[in-house]
Design a protein around this ligand. Sequence first.
Ligand code: AP5
Ligand code: MG
Length: 189
Amino acid sequence: MLNIVIFGAPGSGKGTQSERIVEKYGINHISTGDVLRAEIKNGTELGKTAKGYIDQGQLIPDSLMIDILAGVLDSFKDSKGVIFDGFPRTIAQAGALKQMLAERGQEVSVMLDLDVPEDELMTRLIKRGQETGRTDDNEETIKKRLVVYHSQTAPLIDWYKSEGKYQHIQGVGTMEGIFADIVAAIEKL
Ligand code: AP5
Ligand code: MG
């Protein structure tokens, strides 16, 4: 089982690199952001709740997010492993993930931290906002997302270091070059 947490600030390349990892290793992908955006698109109650938080750059409450994650995890049958993209984002979510995997006789194999400076994150997300119209990719909301990242999510770096799962990845460079570093990290597990 290959259970990867792909970690990093908004715009660090979690989704981009997850696609490549899925293609190479044939594992399942959960992007909690994608799950929530699909709910919004489908106009569900969950989507309505989520939209309020996402458009403010805030996190969805832990209990709600953990329930959603558990549901998606249960839907994977005969899985070779999972890449968790955008989850966990708080210490509470990290603890819940550890417990959920332990209940299934599994654990996180590695946490890959895509490290990208803030000016580059801003440039990437502004560009994506212009190209795709993603509603939280505007300067004001990106700034809020970065504040939330530093206060609530970045503490997971030390949490995963203490678990012995942490792997730093230089997140600036070509998408191919970054992927090569990720593969090297996975191959040495
Ligand atoms: P989510 O969808 O997870 O957004 P995010 O973490 O802000 O990250 P992004 O998806 O914006 O960036 P990414 O790291 O995937 O980068 P990407 O590959 O797209 O979450 C959105 C919201 O949902 C949250 O704010 C929150 O409200 C809620 N939410 C989600 N999960 C939650 C949770 N667990 N708990 C509570 N709330 C939750 O790349 C970005 C751009 O850069 C792309 O245009 C890409 O083409 C480009 N790019 C990628 N790599 C490179 C490169 N090497 N060089 C140049 N450009 C690059
Ligand atoms: Mg993403």
